[in-house]
Design a protein around this ligand. Structure first.
Ligand SMILES: Nc1ncnc2c1ncn2[C@@H]1O[C@H](COP(=O)(O)OP(=O)(O)OP(=O)(O)O)[C@@H](O)[C@H]1O
Length: 459
């Protein structure tokens, strides 16, 4: 029989024989809600299963028989609408829109227009642009701006039966990182710019979307999601599926460097070359953009997270101290500097665990040490910039020499990174006004401009 979670509406198919009593309880694998499954009133089999009868769905026109039932009522095999057993006077073709070819279906899905219902939905839906980042997730809603900015973290509790339930999502969950008892884990479901844990990403996305919409709208939103430029088709499909499960009506994707360029108001559609370096938590995206397309791009999995790891390793090796991920990030944000002053470097006190004495202690680190720790990551970013410049046609490189590089993403906030990049590349470097929001702002702008939208979405 087919069942549906009352909370998140996820559908499951359950073998009738596994339901031993009249009522059994199940827990939804997605939202962890516990709910009752009742056996069909007439016994083990759904009603009418002995007498299959062809019915047509009023909503989608799908031909179904009464074998497919939920709670004893026949439902459509395709859209799960309850089927009426009343006899129809009209043939199904008079009730339904003509069936579309697969290509038409795909294109209407991408554009979010789906006949009359699509048009009504378009008028009332909260279309969303989402920067589903390794470190932070931001949501932009048409006409409202950025409505959500949360850490991409989920805290899960494991009970005595090894069942997991969500206890916090976002910044609240981030606060718990490194401070949890053994039965609670605060996890980051995104790693290196892609989905590392599909189920938890789905839960997180669903939570953020619900929070961003605040139940204002009954229509499902269309979503434009920013993705790293180097991700594989399988990783793209995972993003689409996670968004669809979280309630998207249609999902479109945009590459992060393109979104960043639009967000920073660069003339992406002109025959001028714009160079963008986006340093996020998991990936650094470098791209040259002209005529609304990426001329040359490179995505490297070296960004803020790798810098934090490098700081942790450095402190352990040099001082025999263990510090957590969050402390390493705090040190990077506070005294991290790509070009520190060697005569008067900033310093700060850090609390850590001494592995020799086995005691917690306070020690001091300075900006020169942190610079040494993250040197490898900074060099890798410069290398990516050089590769992209090398692959860009010379006519366009001339534009980059004049216009310079736009630095964005949270990593752009590392002190004097612009100066470091300028010295290494010999090109002018500008930091975006709000580096943490540039991608979601750009995605939002692309979403509301049909001309740009059709040119920048990726398949
Ligand atoms: N002031 C700062 N100095 C240095 N790094 C910073 C600063 N502020 C934020 N960051 C870093 O920026 C990163 C987060 O940036 P951002 O939100 O753009 O990434 P993301 O979009 O989540 O990741 P990705 O694009 O890789 O998926 C984190 O690694 C964070 O430590």
């Amino acid at each position: 029989m087919n069942i549906r979670c009352p909370e998140c509406k996820t559908r499951y198919r359950v073998d009738d024989e596994k339901i031993s009593g009249k009522t059994v309880y199940a827990r939804c694998a997605r939202c962890q809600t516990r709910f009752a499954i009742k056996k069909n009133r007439h016994g083990q089999k759904p009603p009418c299963s002995d007498a299959p009868q062809t019915l047509f769905c009023n909503r989608c026109g799908q031909k179904s028989d009464r074998r497919f039932a939920v709670n004893g009522k026949p439902v459509c095999e395709k859209c799960y609408k309850t089927l009426s057993t009343r006899k129809r006077e009209k043939p199904v073709s008079e009730y339904c829109m003509p069936r579309k070819s697969q290509n038409q279906k795909n294109s209407s899905n991408r554009n979010g227009s789906g006949g009359i219902f699509g048009m009504i939905g378009k008028m009332f839906s909260n279309d969303m642009a989402i920067d589903l980042g390794t470190a932070n997730t931001l949501v932009y809603i048409r006409k409202k701006g950025i409505v959500l900015n949360e850490a991409s973290v989920v805290a899960l509790r494991t009970d005595a039966r090894y069942e997991k339930s969500v206890i916090a999502v976002g910044c609240e969950a981030k606060e718990m990182m490194g401070k949890t008892p053994h039965n609670i884990t605060a996890v980051r479901p995104m790693r290196d710019g892609v989905i590392a844990d599909f189920e938890t990403t789905g839960i997180m996305l669903q939570h953020f979307i619900r929070k961003a919409r605040r139940g204002r709208n009954i229509f499902k939103p269309r979503m434009l999601i920013a993705i790293p430029s180097g991700i594989t088709p399988v990783e793209k499909r995972a993003v689409r599926e996670a968004a669809e499960q979280a309630g998207a009506r249609s999902v479109s994707l945009i590459e992060e460097p393109m979104a960043a360029a639009i967000g920073a108001d660069l003339p992406v559609a002109d025959p001028i070359c714009n160079m963008v370096v986006d340093i996020g938590g998991g990936t650094t995206e470098v791209a040259t953009i002209s005529l609304a397309g990426v001329v040359s791009g490179k995505s490297v999995k070296i960004a803020g997270d790798r810098m934090d790891d490098a700081i942790m390793r450095y402190i352990r090796k040099k001082y025999n101290f263990i510090i957590g991920e969050r402390t390493a990030e705090f040190v990077k944000m506070t005294i991290g500097n790509a070009c520190p002053d060697p005569r008067n470097p900033e310093s700060m006190e850090v609390k850590g665990w001494n592995i020799i004495s086995g005691e917690p202690k306070i020690f001091s680190v300075n900006a020169l040490e942190i610079r040494e720790a993250i040197g490898e990551q900074l060099d890798a970013i410069v290398e990516a910039v050089k590769i992209v410049l090398d692959r860009t046609p010379q006519e366009l490189t001339a534009n980059v020499i004049d216009r310079g590089i736009l630095l964005t993403g949270g990593g752009a906030l590392l002190k004097r990174l612009d100066r470091f990049l300028m010295e290494k590349s010999g090109l002018p470097v500008t930091v975006a006004d709000d580096p943490l929001s540039t991608i979601v702002l750009g995605s939002g702008k692309a979403m509301i401009s049909p001309d740009i939208f059709s040119r920048v979405v990726v398949s």
